[in-house]
Write a protein that binds this ligand. Structure first.
Ligand SMILES: Cc1cc2nc3c(=O)[nH]c(=O)nc-3n(C[C@H](O)[C@H](O)[C@H](O)COP(=O)(O)OP(=O)(O)OC[C@H]3O[C@@H](n4cnc5c(N)ncnc54)[C@H](O)[C@@H]3O)c2cc1C
Length: 454
């Protein structure tokens, strides 16, 4: 039986005093032209690394942010508590992410996509069905084909491991980037002119702005005393990869079951990533099943439309909850990605929203730099909050509402959603709007998401 790993507790990982390539402990030249309040940042500190922006968390959001800021001409320090080698292991994170087309453009513009593309699978069609284990699948369903909006796919499926490997390969060598990992934040001190971070190994980094890209349990957020609104869905996301006999044709399936959505997402080759939402109380028993019994339960939900299936690699279970920070900004501090907003994976939007934060923040900070403004200035940060808060809140509400509508077996609701899906399926105009949403092409898009440069 494969040991069922649970996601590692990043906050519990011990810091190690070694640094990866690009590490520049000690005195650094500091950024050019960063003068605010009549004083350059590098005049503020006698020792330690000095940069424009400190990004805490070099994960799926912090990594691309560092790349985008480098492209905008800002100097950046990225610190990440995790051991770079450990995060690439199969046991670390079994998830794959649906990267919407607009998010793919961000990864392409920041030079990360070339390292990702060989292992990315296009999402060509999306098929949504409703049903239950004993009643089977409803005959009313929704089908989106990418050709209805042009020749571009909806997006790509990429294993998180591939994204992390690309970040590690590309980001440390970018101009102006200091990539420190493993390196854990120990504390922050902020004043009107700068922010200084103390690392657990004693090093110091001083910047005009600190960005919290440190995930759901953000220490940056806690340091600023920013409070969270949150609730648990009492559901777990069971994740694994399956190999199947027949090709998936690039079709992503979202099958709504009473316990929550069961998603089959196309990876390169005859493989798919499974996100199986299950009641919180039942998930531990499923995770504890031996391989044969687990496969039996999986097949009951998966069906046989892709021939025989087998589970490849370990399985994982993630507790599902919603959370959002009451504000995204504070003095010389800003939150991005899951540190600002954590949502249900029902629509595969958490990382996509994080990459929207990246594109918007990089644009605002680059423009500020060009205008000679302080990148940590209150007006600059207020622009970011205004831009991103509404969009993220809408997506939080949408994913929350979808989960409430679909994760149940109430007769009247079942009727409403089945009739609703069939109706939308017959309305090409409305379908096109939904498809553009799935591609991430709706709303006030930052330049990087429109395919333009910073
Ligand atoms: C089951 C499941 C499926 C999902 N599927 C999708 C999908 O298909 N598409 C999608 O868009 N989203 C998806 N998501 C959401 C997506 O995984 C998250 O939104 C995304 O990982 C957030 O990235 P992040 O960089 O903000 O945070 P994290 O991935 O949590 O990264 C935080 C980083 O900060 C570092 N860190 C933490 N604390 C410190 C510290 N004190 N000092 C230094 N470093 C620190 C950590 O080591 C880590 O590298 C899914 C989520 C789940 C649970």
């Amino acid at each position: 039986m494969t040991a069922p790993p649970t996601p590692p507790d990043l906050d519990a990982q011990a810091p190690r005093p070694t640094a990866r390539q690009g590490d520049s402990a000690g005195t650094d030249g500091g950024p050019d032209g960063l003068v605010a309040d009549g004083l350059a940042v590098d005049e503020l500190v006698a020792d330690g690394l000095v940069v424009d922006v400190l990004v805490v968390g070099g994960g799926l959001v912090g990594g691309p942010l560092a790349a985008a800021l480098s492209q905008g001409g800002l100097s950046v320090a990225v610190i990440d508590a995790a051991d770079p080698a450990a995060v690439l292991a199969a046991e670390f994170d079994g998830r794959a992410s649906a990267i919407a087309l607009a998010s793919q453009r961000v990864l392409a513009a920041t030079g990360l996509w070339d390292a990702i593309a060989p292992e990315a699978g296009p999402i060509l069609d999306i098929r949504v069905t409703d049903g239950s284990l004993w009643r089977g699948t409803s005959l009313l369903f929704l089908h989106y084909g990418h050709e209805a909006t042009g020749d571009q796919p909806f997006g790509y499926m990429v294993e998180n491991r591939t994204l992390r490997a690309a970040i590690q390969r590309v980001v440390p060598d970018l101009p102006g980037v200091h990539y420190l990992a493993p390196a854990r934040l120990a504390g922050l001190s902020r004043d009107a002119r700068a922010v200084t971070a103390r690392l657990a190994d004693g090093r110091r980094v001083t910047a005009r702005l600190v960005v919290g890209a440190d995930g759901r349990r953000s220490q940056v957020r806690a340091e600023a005393g920013i409070r969270l609104t949150q609730w648990s869905y009492r559901q777990a996301g069971i994740v694994c990869t399956v190999a199947h006999e027949e090709p998936h044709g690039g079709i992503a399936h979202e099958h709504f079951l009473p316990s929550g959505p069961f998603a089959i997402l196309p990876l390169p080759g005859n493989r798919s990533s499974i996100v199986w939402t299950e009641r919180e109380a039942l998930a531990p028993a499923l995770m504890a099943l031996d391989d044969d019994a687990f496969l039996f339960e999986l097949k009951r939900r998966f069906g046989d439309f892709l021939g025989g299936i087998s589970v490849v690699g370990p399985r994982f279970s993630y507790p599902l909850s919603l959370q959002f920070a009451r504000t995204y900004v504070d003095q010389r501090l800003v939150l991005t990605g899951d540190a600002a907003h954590g949502m249900h994976p029902i629509a595969g939007q958490g990382l996509n929203m994080g990459l929207r934060d990246v594109a918007a923040l990089a644009e605002i900070l680059t423009d500020a730099k060009r205008l000679g403004l302080d990148p940590g200035g209150a007006h600059v940060l207020a622009d970011y909050e205004r831009w991103r808060r509404f969009d993220n809140t809408l997506m939080l509400a949408l994913t929350d509402g979808l989960n409430r509508l679909f994760s149940n077996d109430l007769g009247p609701l079942r009727l409403v959603r089945d009739v609703g899906m069939a109706a939308v399926d017959r309305m090409p105009g409305l379908k096109k709007v939904f498809m553009r949403h799935a591609m991430g092409l709706v709303g006030d898009l930052p330049r990087l998401m429109r395919g333009e440069s910073l």
